[in-house]
Design a protein around this ligand. Structure first.
Ligand code: M6R
Length: 366
């Protein structure tokens, strides 16, 4: 059932052009200029009127939630708070009846996420689920929701579920922006077309695999790694670091690039690999200066850049080129090389990639 791949994780990484397409099927109609989310249509008005959205999740799903925060705020102009389910549920949070809570969970069985939902529900909030497993406890506990349709994810390290979650949050944010009138029709249509092209671009991105194997060979024995990104790439950096930690047991930290100078910069020496997600357009110059700060301290830069980039290429030790897309859609592409990097490093270190030590696929304990 691994379909010729050595591990489920690798198979699931390679499935992403299809799984992303599946999560958009019947929902994104780029040619007609329509986003339709049948599962939440009855609650669309609640979302449109929401003064605030609270996203609750754990782990990788929480990272998807962070991308969601940027999307909802930029496109639909709704304030968003992204909460670790475990922190939210134990701190007597302020919840209003007109809050909309979006709970994100691949398994739909995460104990803390489920308990946080019950708490928000008891305060009268509307709960929307973004789950992968059909009929799961979380899917049943929510008022409405949309399944990610990524298909079964067997590898403990979440890969295709993450990109499906981000895809779905993008669709939700676009749908809301359209209903609220916070986006022009032409920009809306442009984004729908660009989203429609993402599966093809992910396919293209997977061709970096050989390059990643080279890079993994160089860095497989390091003890620490730093991942940096700004804006939409900040959650991507955190997700990249989590992937490396959980399957290769290398200590890694994901940081907003500008925060580096407030502490982590002290860690940098000639042994320290710093993975920078540098595809940004808006803050490109800022990312370039962050890279210069690392180079000045002799850190090793592995940079993910947009095809054709020259400036970062001249500074970095290793370059991974990915296809160009809209800044807000970059997480769907830039995440792929980071998944592959952690995968190859883990394999080279002889780790059990699909079932890393101490981890379970669904965390049903609190
Ligand atoms: O099933 P869920 O999405 O609720 O799971 C949340 C986390 O346990 C999960 O994302 C975990 O962090 C993964 N192992 C990450 O790869």
């Amino acid at each position: 059932e691994k379909e010729g791949f050595d591990h489920f994780m690798l198979k699931e990484i390679y499935e992403q052009p299809r799984s992303i397409r599946d999560s958009m099927r019947g929902r994104l109609k780029a040619r007609e200029g329509i986003v339709l989310l049948g599962g939440i249509i009855d609650y669309q008005q609640k979302l449109v009127n929401a003064k605030r959205i609270i996203i609750i999740a754990c782990g990788t799903s929480w990272h998807a939630g962070l991308v969601g925060e940027y999307l909802f705020e930029e496109l639909a102009r709704i304030p968003v708070e992204v909460e670790y389910a475990s922190e939210f549920r134990y701190r007597n949070p302020v919840i209003y009846e007109d809050d909309v809570v979006i709970a994100i969970s691949q398994s739909g069985e995460t104990a803390d996420t489920l308990a946080a939902i019950e708490l928000a529900k008891s305060k009268g909030a509307t709960i929307i689920g973004v789950c992968n497993v059909v009929g799961s406890s979380i899917a049943r506990a929510t008022h409405a929701g949309s399944y990610t349709h990524a298909g079964p994810e067997i590898g403990v390290a979440s890969t295709k579920a993450f990109t499906a979650q981000v895809t779905l949050l993008t669709l939700m944010a676009l749908m809301l922006a359209d209903s609220k009138g916070t986006i022009s029709k032409s920009r809306f249509n442009q984004l729908l077309h660009e989203l429609d092209d993402i599966p093809g671009k992910v396919e293209e991105t997977l061709k970096v695999n050989d390059k990643i194997i080279e890079i993994a060979t160089v860095f497989k024995d390091v003890r620490n790694a730093l991942y940096l990104g700004r804006g939409y790439n900040f959650p991507v950096a955190m997700e990249g670091a989590l992937k490396l930690k959980e399957i290769s047991y290398i200590h890694a930290e994901g940081y907003p690039a500008a925060e580096m100078k407030h502490g982590p910069i002290a860690l940098i020496d000639e042994e320290m690999p710093v993975v920078v997600v540098a595809t940004n357009k808006g803050t490109y110059e800022k990312v370039v200066s962050n890279i210069q700060e690392v180079k000045a301290r002799k850190g090793k830069i592995i940079a993910i850049v947009t095809e054709g980039d020259e400036t970062v290429k001249a500074l970095a030790d290793h370059i991974i080129e990915v296809p160009e897309t809209e800044e807000m859609l970059v997480p769907l592409i830039a995440t792929i090389p980071l998944q592959l990097l952690s995968y190859h490093i883990a394999v080279m270190r002889g780790c059990n990639v699909d079932q890393p030590r101490n981890l379970a696929k669904s965390v049903t304990v609190e």
